[in-house]
Design a protein around this ligand. Structure first.
Ligand code: HEC
Length: 590
């Protein structure tokens, strides 16, 4: 009976959607001028909203895919022109009406043009002032892993005293700097972002056609959909596409699991509280780290994957647990770690065993649900100092429960811990991981648990992934490059991301499309997704519509569309203060 009602309900939804579904076509021109190529045209409806964005061609023309509903708002955007915002009254009552003629106006105020540029352009001004390459690398690695650098919130002018306060807070949250660099930061930031200097530097040549060129033709064939999910106190960390077509993501700051069904008009959203087991705010680390303002994080769900049986698993980084969500029963099971701290990224092997990095204690853990068996592997640390840093945590937690450390600022020790980070399972079943701060990757034999490590010729290897040939792809977070590791020859091939200025991009994660083997990379500091085609060694940069789109994970659906989430922490630094789930269809309009 229930099935039948569901079936009828679904056909009604289908009918309703069909009744309004149609593409919108139109043209974008410049006031008193010609066609505007490469403008982003976004149509928005619903609350929480869902937006669809397309790009104009060389003639200024655009065409959306069939929209599921009449849009309530629209926006035309291109760097160098003023945003054009339209409300429902300015949009045709019927989506099938005559083509929309949209006229945009040049932005002639250099300060406003500079404000349209992505964060990485501003951050570049800062990086070019840092002479010591090690300092530059350290600043990138330590200051860009929660939020973009160079965004409006982070570049606001501050006095040295105000900078000092910001830096203390950042250090207590985890963004520690060595004393030497830390002492230089206030002046560095003040000088780099000084408006009378920064504006002209960023907008030099803004009247020439080469300034902020339109996205490449290949990128203009894409369609980007964005669903608002979560609120301004959220941190929507990772997401995964379920084989049933729904998308799950975790809100690390609000202890929620979200489910989005993109096939339902507007997006059907559901939210499930992760059990917090009566843990205090901050979980097992509550005594050590202050929590982010507005956070309600007791267990901190972080990474998310689908098990071979269709269950959803997440690492509870702050609760020091793994959790399994049964999507049919909508029920949770929680598995505390037996050893190790801060379960971080997880992946499944073919036998359905969970492998995860334990970032704060330098372990990789394995949990076998079939046998209810845990195993943990302590990874080698490159130096004595790092070995101690990763063993000291239980003692620190013990101490922190007895002595109030909440106001003291860690003096950079956090940086020297190796921090196991990304993890993936090779086609032959071996487990590979990265150690972010140790600049290494390593292999674990899944039978003997033997570990072998390899130095990377680049710093900060973050979230790595295998392709179908068994090559390992690795982003270098702090140098804006990607690398391919050939397991047989043990050789690395590296490519710099084509994001200007070079080195201002911070690729957090990448993933390999099962459809065509292309490598998709998070353009974490430049509001982009970047595609790399290994055969031609060609990059394509796909701009995303929302300023301050900070991405940390990539997944694909059955049709080869690319999914990610805007995970900037804090979410209130995002352009409209709303985190989003994002889908990019690279070939939608080809
Ligand atoms: C562990 C996460 C994290 C790291 C790492 C981090 N930040 Fe932040 N940052 C935050 C959060 C959360 C806020 C918002 C804090 C608030 O408004 O109370 C923030 C806000 C800021 C702001 C805006 C402050 C304001 O008053 O609005 C600046 C500037 C900033 N961070 C700079 C930095 C710098 C420089 C570093 C590197 C030393 C850094 N951040 C590293 C989490 C982080």
């Amino acid at each position: 009976m229930r099935m039948r009602i569901l079936f009828i309900a679904m056909s009604l939804i289908g009918l309703a959607a069909e009744a309004v579904a149609a593409p919108i076509v139109g043209r974008v021109t410049e006031k008193g001028g010609g066609a505007v190529e490469g403008a982003m045209v976004s149509f928005v409806h619903g609350e929480p909203s869902r937006a669809t964005t397309v790009f104009t061609d060389t003639d200024g023309r655009f065409r959306t895919p069939s929209l599921e509903q009449r849009p309530e708002r629209a926006r035309v955007r291109r760097i160098g022109w003023k945003d054009l915002d339209l409300d429902a009254s300015q949009l045709p009552a019927k989506v099938t009406a005559s083509p929309l003629e949209l006229v945009i106006e040049r932005e002639t105020n250099p300060a406003m043009v500079a404000a349209q540029l992505p964060s990485n352009r501003w951050f570049g001004l800062l990086l070019e002032r840092i002479e010591d390459p090690d300092h530059r690398e350290e600043l990138v690695r330590q200051c860009t892993y929660c939020h973009q650098q160079g965004s409006l919130a982070t570049r606001a002018p501050r006095t040295d005293e105000e900078w000092d306060k910001v830096l203390s807070l950042m250090a207590r949250l985890g963004g520690t700097l060595s004393a030497d660099l830390r002492s230089q930061v206030p002046t560095l930031f003040t000088e780099a972002y000084e408006p009378t200097r920064a504006g002209p530097a960023l907008t030099a040549g803004m009247d020439s056609a080469d300034f902020a060129p339109p996205p490449a033709a290949a990128a203009r064939k894409s369609v980007v959909d964005e669903w608002v999910l979560g609120g301004e106190a959220s941190m929507q960390h990772d997401l995964v596409v379920h084989p049933d077509g729904r998308v799950y993501s975790v809100d690390m700051m609000q202890d929620q699991l979200y489910r989005l069904d993109p096939r339902v008009t507007g997006g059907d959203r559901a939210s499930f509280a992760v059990p917090d087991g009566d843990l205090p705010l901050g979980g097992v680390f509550s005594a050590l780290t202050p929590s982010v303002p507005n956070a309600n994080a007791h267990v901190g769900p972080h990474s998310i994957q689908v098990a071979p049986d269709g269950a959803i698993w997440t690492t509870l980084a702050l609760g020091n647990q793994l959790a399994r969500f049964d999507p049919k029963a909508e029920a949770w099971s929680v598995y505390p770690l037996e050893e190790g701290y801060y379960p971080h990224t997880l992946r499944f092997d073919e036998r359905g065993r969970v492998w995860y990095t334990a970032a704060a204690s330098n372990h990789v853990g394995m949990y076998d649900p079939a046998e209810d068996e845990h195993h943990s592997i302590r990874l080698p640390a490159p130096t004595w100092g790092q070995a101690i840093a990763s063993r000291i945590l239980p003692a620190l937690l013990w101490l922190a429960e007895r002595v109030d450390l909440s106001d003291s600022e860690p003096a950079g020790e956090g940086m020297s811990a190796p921090v196991p980070y990304g993890i993936d399972v090779a086609p032959n079943g071996d487990i590979w991981f990265s150690q972010l701060n140790a600049h290494r990757i390593g292999r674990i034999d899944p039978e003997t648990f033997d570990v072998e490590v390899f130095e990377t010729p680049f710093p900060a290897p973050r979230r790595l992934r295998f392709d179908a040939n068994g090559d390992l792809w690795i982003p270098s977070f702090s140098t804006g490059a990607i690398s391919r590791f050939d397991l047989e020859t043990e050789q690395f091939d590296s490519w710099r991301l084509p994001i200007e200025p070079l080195g201002s991009e911070t690729p957090y994660a990448l993933n390999v499309s099962p459809k065509d083997g292309s490598v998709w990379i998070c353009g974490t500091n430049s509001d982009t997704l970047i595609r790399f085609e290994p055969a031609s060694e060609e990059f394509t940069v796909f701009p995303l519509p929302t300023q301050v789109t900070y991405t940390r994970e990539i997944d694909f659906d059955d049709e080869g569309r690319v999914w990610t989430s805007n995970s900037n922490l804090p979410a209130w630094q995002i352009e409209d203060a709303s985190p989003k789930v994002i889908r990019l269809d690279p070939d939608a309009l080809s």
